[in-house]
Design a protein around this ligand. Sequence first.
Ligand code: MV4
Length: 447
Amino acid sequence: MFDKILIANRGEIAMRVIRACRTLGIKTVAIHSDVDAGSLHVRFADEAICIGPADPRRSYLNIPQILAAAEISGADAIHPGYGFLSENAEFAELCRRCGLTFIGPKPESMRLWGDKVRSREAAKSFGLPLLPGTSVLRDGDDAAAQAAEIGYPVIMKASGGGGGRGMRIVRDPSEIHNAFETATSEAMSGFRNPDVYLEKFVEEPRHIELQVLGDPTGRVHSLGERECSLQRRHQKIIEEAPSPVMTPEKRALLGEMCRRALEGTGYTSLGTMEFLMDERGELYFMELNARVQVEHPVTEMVTGVDLVENQIRAAAGEVIDLPRDRSLQMRGHAIECRINAEDPWTFVPWPGLITEYHPPGGIGVRVDSGVYGGWRVPNSYDPLLAKVITHGATRPEAIARMRCALDELIISGIRTNIPLHQALLREPDVLAGNMSTRTIERLVARL
Ligand code: MV4
């Protein structure tokens, strides 16, 4: 097991990794930018090193500085959290060359799953369900011919994109040549990879994802799904586990398929297989997120498995010994509300001084937070302040506990999206489990 881990991240996820390290008896090193000197993760890590100014390119994305900090502190592994360098295969490769363990998949796995055309082909070869779609498009005429074959509307995606970045919907043949040119040049500047491909567009999908965990022996566990349909512009707002529309049979089938694909490609870490569900309830593979995700706590609450601890154990070479059918043993229901520093109705970011902070408590309530009263929220980063997670025997019980928890949560001095959460948890569609990726835009338009 590692002796000391450097955490190449900030905020609530840095705190989450520190907790896992403490549980395992591992020392921690925080890195931080100038404006994060007073941040919670700096205070709770055993050591902290300032690596640069607020601009993330010069601090949390500054690879030479981070590797130097690992060297100086004598860390033997780096945990990247989510975002920042977490899916950067070159960074993982450089860690390896510096004698540091990158806590994540092997660089080859990161390259495979980071390339959406290659991952589509890999998924297909292991029998995962895909939407009608193409390989890399050669030119505008190729795009036109293949789109006609698939049938409009189609969606054009950058192979180097993901998480909703580098996508455009094409509804009419007259737009396809222009879409190809624009998408190709945007993909080149955004991802240094001009490749784009097409998929049949699903109008109002549900977003369902499956938590997986591989270990160094090549065994992969599936830990059940999360429902992540409540989002706005690709930012998830509320997630839950299990999905209200999943059945034990479908879950077992999906888990088995994902396990085969990931064992077949040698995936040895924590990851999330992302699917879309169409109106008919059919699931289609989208992409693999090769990192810990923001919403991992809902899976932890229903499975009782500490995902970050196991991610670290797997990276340290330990065999992960969970019951093989863990995904079928989900206990009760969990829901997570992401608390952001932003106006609840316009979504304008709202940095500033938190004058008062009071977290909720009680049975079945968990708070993963990166803030405290008296802390100033900087404007350089993601607006996520904290996550409130509640667990109950049933979905209504988890929701009732969430409503109470949100009423207790006090964050003063800045605007937060707590009122949006309170409104969502009164929505008949949400209470009935009838959510889609467009529920929030409709609610906000109505209010
Ligand atoms: C799609 C889709 C519809 N059809 N693909 C978004 C995240 C990324 N992993 C995949 N995403 C989508 N892919 C096909 N073929 C819809 C989404 C999508 C979405 C698209 C537009 C606006 C909001 C969205 C929210 C969630 C998912």
